[in-house]
Write a protein that binds this ligand. Sequence first.
Ligand code: UGA
Length: 421
Amino acid sequence: MNLSIIGTGYVGLVTGACFAKLGHTITCVDIDPEKVQKINNSVSPIYEEGLESLLLTYKDKISATSDYQTALMNTSITFICVGTPSMKNGTIDLSYLKEATKQIATILKNKNSWHLVVVKSTVLPGTTHNIVLPLLEQYSGKKVGIDIGLAMNPEFLKEGVAIKDFLEPDRIVIGFNDEKSRKTLGELYKKFSCPIVDTSLSAAEMIKYASNAFLATKISFINEIGNLCKKLGVDTYDVATGMGLDKRIGRAFLDSGIGWGGSCFPKDIDALIDWAKEIKEHTRIIESTKAVNTDQPLRLVEILKKHLPTLKGKTIGVLGLAFKPNTDDIRDSRAIPIIKELLRNGAHIKAYDPQAMNNFKTLYPTIDYCSTASEVLSADAILITTKWKEFTTLNYQGKIVIDGRKLEQAKNAKIYEGVCW
Ligand code: UGA
């Protein structure tokens, strides 16, 4: 099939590259001419394991443009994969989604054949039906459900392993407006062996939010348990293993530490809390999930202070700036509140990350960035904030190490303490 993908962030580009691998022809659309040029040269504008090699291998099947007309006229299905960031007050910013929808509808006005529009961007329940659908009809002058198909197909990709997650999903969720849309999207996914959940547009939207909120809750829950375990001298990772063997619970996302960050959990949780207020509902569990996560990284600094009571004038090494390993993404990284707190206490920072230092420099231009991980070890104490594989080979002997990510190899330090262990 010929598919167009609007937005070439990690969701859009991974979706495009993976569908190309599955034999489809892809036209990516992005307003940023630099991204368009890169994709046409088979260079990935973002760091995502395996993405560039897919762009290169399937270069005959993937092209990019800034022109909606070319993209829409030559394809029969369009995926909207634009960002839905948080605004300052936590509410979701739908401006990119609305603009993309208007552009699509304006082109569809002059298209004679049926076209399927699929929302892949993360949007709150009701958005596809109440915002996308009317805009499509208003700007195309056509009827959704007759001339235009509409579906909502959330993504469940994890950064760093997005390609594997796309090609081997646990499930595919198809929220559909009409039978033809369901059948067409079902046909596109027919080679996948996982269960396909056919449902309403709003349920598909809710599945995405509920999944992310539940995963974040699992992490905050185990962090709360971990804080108790630490007081008792109990290993919280043994507790997670014991709990996780219960099939109803499962071991995944029970790694305790300094909490969750990234481009998804924080913004989705804020949007959900805000939306619940709008519809006059309380989200007590989800708000607590967020509150635990706000406090958790600061515990690392509290533990550090047990060993270095005065941080003023001390040099503190920070290993890891990305929100998790194998990405250069620093959005809501737990290193941010930790560094802020260290600076507030008058400490001097020596930081290192294999991928994320350039991004971090835009936030903190004046802290010291080391060119190797081992340079950080000369600091008065070291905090481990991201579990990069590279940090497992360092020699921590004789050092003070406070660990936020359970790095076994750091246990041979002179003083070693973990946030929940
Ligand atoms: C998350 C979800 O896992 C994906 O399913 C979803 O599609 C994606 O958001 C999205 O909405 O686009 P991602 O943000 O890439 O994926 O990151 P995760 O691997 O889920 O990690 C999130 C944070 O939780 C990281 O800071 C990680 O260090 C932390 N984490 C994860 C823990 O502290 N403990 C764990 O056991 C697992």
